[in-house]
Ligand binder design. Structure first.
Ligand SMILES: *[C@@H]1O[C@H](CO)[C@@H](O)[C@H](O)[C@H]1NC(C)=O
Ligand SMILES: *[C@@H]1O[C@H](CO)[C@@H](O)[C@H](O)[C@H]1NC(C)=O
Ligand SMILES: *[C@@H]1O[C@H](CO)[C@@H](O)[C@H](O)[C@H]1NC(C)=O
Ligand SMILES: *[C@@H]1O[C@H](CO)[C@@H](O)[C@H](O)[C@H]1NC(C)=O
Ligand SMILES: *[C@@H]1O[C@H](CO)[C@@H](O)[C@H](O)[C@H]1NC(C)=O
Length: 357
């Protein structure tokens, strides 16, 4: 049974957060895990990476292949190493509990980085059991293919190579936005057209809803908002405002501590069509959606922050990544190799100058 709630948060029981995929995982360089993109050196140097490394470590989402193994950790720019300079550094290897973890047909979890005792260099035999910003600052990519004793398979075409992947942020999220609750970086408030778009329908139907993040505030309006205003369903028959529902479709989600869970959109707050939950988004749903005027609605008159649909905007348009033997290009759905005309374009020039590189 669906219960209608009033639209201003009254601290209803917190929903059970759906377990999220870790932000960083390890896998084989040849196979990009779905929902992830190859991490960059800067990603390994981020605070998020440090936090995950020191709390749960990095899990392999695929096992090591049975064939040739190149036991060096890879990122977008190439093989990762640690040291004060390019010529004075050691290649990083996956370690588990202080020993190398690079064995055919195994799929280790909770891995960290280390340098085996038989790898010559300044940090020979060092295990980074706890990552600090000092070590992160020493991470580098020298541009050289590892060779010699422990690394002679790295030059072989098709050698299984560990790569670190970072989760691609969801394209659409719902988050509280208003005074004191800014739009998170990398996102912009979606328009009604975004909500009605085929792109949103595909995203919603593939994921089974939309990800709701950060609801840790005591007072907000739970009517779904886009840049034009609150969204209502079949307003011709009388406004039925949209809200968010749990996976079971029974609970209206309008509380605190509901960060990072998949939610359904439905009509939760009064009106003739209240209690309709959209398990899928399609034209028969979107053709009846519109925005309505805040002034006409007594709900939420005391709060200005609302659950707002946001759209990701920050995927870097241009990246530099090693492509070649052992280094497949990223999926064409993410990136294609640029042409000389791309590099000469005004768009590239603007991007380069805006982003400082
Ligand atoms: C690591 O976790 C994955 C997924 O839960 C599991 O399939 C795999 O067996 C685990 N590996 C080890 C060595 O425990
Ligand atoms: C790991 O390093 C952090 C600083 O990055 C420090 O606060 C923490 O105490 C260290 N943990 C251990 C177990 O050494
Ligand atoms: C369109 O979406 C609605 C709401 O989720 C659903 O009830 C209906 O079956 C869908 N129609 C089609 C043709 O998939
Ligand atoms: C909203 O208010 C305006 C002016 O007060 C009124 O003309 C209009 O009919 C109202 N709309 C609805 C849906 O109640
Ligand atoms: C909401 O916004 C209006 C207009 O900007 C302002 O007058 C009012 O004080 C705000 N209410 C709250 C609770 O912040």
């Amino acid at each position: 049974m669906i219960k209608t709630s009033i639209a201003v948060l009254l601290a209803v029981a917190a929903g059970t957060a759906v377990a999220q995929q870790p932000e960083f995982v390890a896998g084989m360089l040849s196979t990009v895990p779905s929902g992830y993109a190859l991490a960059s050196l800067a990603d390994l140097q981020s605070a998020d990476f440090l936090n995950q490394y020191n709390s749960v470590g990095i899990n392999y989402v695929q096992p090591f292949d049975a064939g040739a193994l190149c036991c060096v950790v890879s990122v977008q720019e190439g093989f990762a190493s640690i040291g004060p300079s390019n010529s004075f550094s050691n290649y990083l290897q996956p370690f588990h509990n202080g020993v190398g973890a690079c064995t055919s047909n195994t799929q280790p979890n909770g891995t960290t980085f280390g340098i085996p005792s038989f790898a010559p260099g300044p940090y020979e035999g060092m295990w980074i059991s706890n990552l600090t910003s000092k070590e992160q600052a020493g991470f580098r990519v020298t541009g050289l293919t590892p060779s010699g004793a422990n690394f002679n398979e790295c030059g072989l075409s098709g050698a299984a190579t560990t790569a670190i992947y970072r989760m691609i942020p969801p394209k659409y999220i719902v988050q509280i936005v208003g005074p004191g609750f800014p739009v998170p970086s990398g996102y912009a408030v979606a328009t009604l057209a975004d909500l009605l778009s085929v792109d949103f329908q595909t995203s919603y139907n593939t994921a089974g809803g939309v990800v709701m993040t950060a609801s840790d505030t005591a007072s907000y309006c739970c009517i779904l908002e886009v840049s034009e205003g609150w969204v209502g369903y079949n307003d011709a028959a009388g406004v039925s405002p949209l809200g968010l529902f749990s996976e079971s479709m029974e609970d209206v989600l309008c509380g605190v501590g509901q960060d990072r869970q998949l939610v359904y959109i439905g009509t939760s707050f009064d009106g003739p069509n209240t209690g309709t939950v959209f398990s899928t988004f399609n034209v028969s749903v979107t053709s009846l959606l519109g925005t309505f005027n805040h002034q006409n609605f007594t709900f939420c008159s005391t709060v200005n922050a609302s659950q707002t649909l946001l759209k990701r905007v920050s995927t870097s348009k241009y990246i530099v990544q090693v492509v070649g033997t052992n280094y497949p290009a990223p999926p064409t759905s993410q990136y294609t190799v640029a042409s000389i005309a791309d590099v000469q374009s005004q768009d590239f020039l603007d991007f380069y100058n805006t982003n400082g590189g």
